[in-house]
Design a protein around this ligand. Structure first.
Ligand code: TZP
Ligand code: MG
Length: 219
């Protein structure tokens, strides 16, 4: 069984957007502000650099065992660092292969932007994929090749189907504090952000604002 984790406010790091601050500083502040889970993502880093970055973020989270740590794409890095999970996209290693490497004790996330892509996860044995990341909700400069925007309506449709299949759901793409409530209202388990926190002058305040919007929908 994978470990339980709280997907409510899911931060994906971006080293360039965090500059000049070290990613670990942004993560520490964001978690203090209310981020509940963190994924290390750096498409420009070498495997060696990604391992180092992951370990630095892990050290920043040492006093927060409740915050699950994920690595984007690199299952080798996730295993070497002892991260809680790995997140793969449709063109990365297939989820069944990643699960075979990860074993049962870690989390596996998978990106979906359509019913056909969700079907890939639904066709796998239960326990292969834990979480599906649904997006992009809106187009975003952070990932210009993310595909067409689903909008909140499209997210709701995919989230309903994904939750019915037993997956934890998060939505990603173009979300900031002004839009977090609308996304939370689609029924996803969590809201995922990159630039809203990584570019914020005060990442703790940005996380607090996002969290307040999400919790406002849940009461
Ligand atoms: N996958 C779909 S959109 C996206 C990813 C990694 C980037 C989201 O970034 P932002 O800055 O929160 O819009
Ligand atoms: Mg990927």
């Amino acid at each position: 069984m994978s470990r339980p984790f709280d997907p409510t406010l899911y931060l994906v790091t971006d080293t360039a957007l965090a500059r000049p601050r070290p990613v670990a500083d942004v993560v520490r502040a964001a978690v203090a502000g209310g981020v509940t889970t963190v994924q290390v993502r750096d498409k420009t880093a070498s495997r060696r650099e990604l391992l180092e970055l992951t370990r630095t973020v892990q050290a920043a989270l040492a006093d927060r065992p409740d915050v699950a740590l994920w690595v984007d794409d690199a299952v080798d890095v996730a295993l070497l660092a002892g991260a809680d999970g790995v997140h793969v996209g449709q063109d990365d290693l297939p989820p069944a292969e990643v699960r075979a490497l990860l074993g049962p004790g870690r989390l596996l996330g998978f990106s979906v932007s359509s019913v056909a892509e969700l079907d890939v996860a639904r066709a796998l044995p239960a326990g292969t994929v834990d979480l599906v990341g649904i997006g992009p909700v809106w187009t975003t400069p952070t990932k210009p090749d993310a595909g067409s925007a689903l909008g909140p309506g499209g997210v709701r449709t995919l989230a309903d189907a994904a939750r019915a299949a037993g997956f934890t759901t998060v939505a990603i793409g173009g979300i900031d504090a002004t839009r977090a409530a609308e996304v939370a209202a689609t029924g996803v388990d969590g809201v995922c952000v990159v630039s809203a926190v990584c570019t914020a002058p005060d990442p703790a305040a940005a996380a607090r604002a996002l969290r307040a919007e999400i919790e406002g929908v849940r009461v």
